[in-house]
Design a protein around this ligand. Structure first.
Ligand SMILES: Cc1cc2nc3c(=O)[nH]c(=O)nc-3n(C[C@H](O)[C@H](O)[C@H](O)COP(=O)(O)O)c2cc1C
Length: 223
């Protein structure tokens, strides 16, 4: 079926909430399949909006590589402006402009999962769009030593996920990066933000963090 025929069909139908799948991912899957079937050009082309350090929004087209319950994945370059913006502010929005079908699909959230290419090797940054917003915490509320760090309970398991690192902050100078998962602090295991807070109470002058990054593990000392 071609796009104009489908567009005609969709325009004649109303969109009722009760007809939508309760699982947004399943609904996306249905609509994405329809976009592919309609033969529109690049159904996976989406506009990605990010925000820079001065709160200026930016948009550009990227191509959807895969999607699952963890989020929407596209590939980009580690050095790109969008990667830099998402690293310091994970608020983002995606828009699939399926206007040929009389449809647009917008996904807004606080995380984007990116696969970035660094020296030709793909690295995963775990930031997602469109999944329920989790409770994020400014880590400086846990200790001033972590000023500039935004964290949340790791949605993929144990530990605390670094969601964002403000440029030129104490956290940025420590070497922490968005996508890191803090799994230990001051030699105590970190399961979540609550246990990180408890571990940080052990010392007010320095913190020893154990961090999982790209499948490996490293220690970071912050003074
Ligand atoms: C059809 C189309 C598809 C694109 N797909 C991607 C993509 O998947 N990843 C990407 O990094 N850039 C892609 N680009 C280029 C981006 O739109 C953008 O120009 C570039 O990544 C630099 O953006 P930035 O300076 O905001 O980081 C695409 C451009 C077009 C026109």
């Amino acid at each position: 079926m071609d796009a104009s025929e489908l567009r005609h069909q969709y325009m004649e139908q109303s969109l009722y909430q009760k007809e939508l799948d309760a699982n947004p991912l399943k609904q996306f899957e249905t609509w994405y399949a329809e976009a592919i079937e309609s033969n529109i050009h690049e159904p996976g082309a989406m506009s990605l909006a990010t925000v820079d350090a001065d709160d200026q929004p930016w948009q550009r087209i990227v191509l959807l590589k895969l999607f699952d319950e963890k989020g929407f994945v596209f590939f980009t370059n580690y050095e790109s402006r969008k990667a830099e913006q998402i690293t310091s502010n994970s608020q983002a929005s995606l828009l699939f402009p399926w206007h040929a079908l009389g449809r647009q699909l917008s996904i807004t959230g606080d995380k984007v999962r990116l696969t970035i290419l660094r020296n030709g090797d793909p690295l995963q940054l775990t930031v997602k769009v469109g999944v329920a917003r989790s409770q994020q915490v400014q880590a400086e509320k846990l200790t001033p030593l972590l000023q500039g760090l935004r964290v949340e309970n790791n949605p993929d398991g144990e530990g605390v996920l670094v969601v964002a690192v403000a440029p030129n902050s104490a956290a940025a100078f420590s070497g922490l990066r968005a996508g890191d998962v803090i799994v230990g602090a001051n030699k105590r295991k970190v399961y979540d933000v609550k246990s990180l807070k408890a571990a940080l109470l052990q010392s007010s002058t320095s913190v020893l963090l154990r961090v999982d990054r790209n499948g490996g593990s490293l220690y970071i000392v912050i003074r």
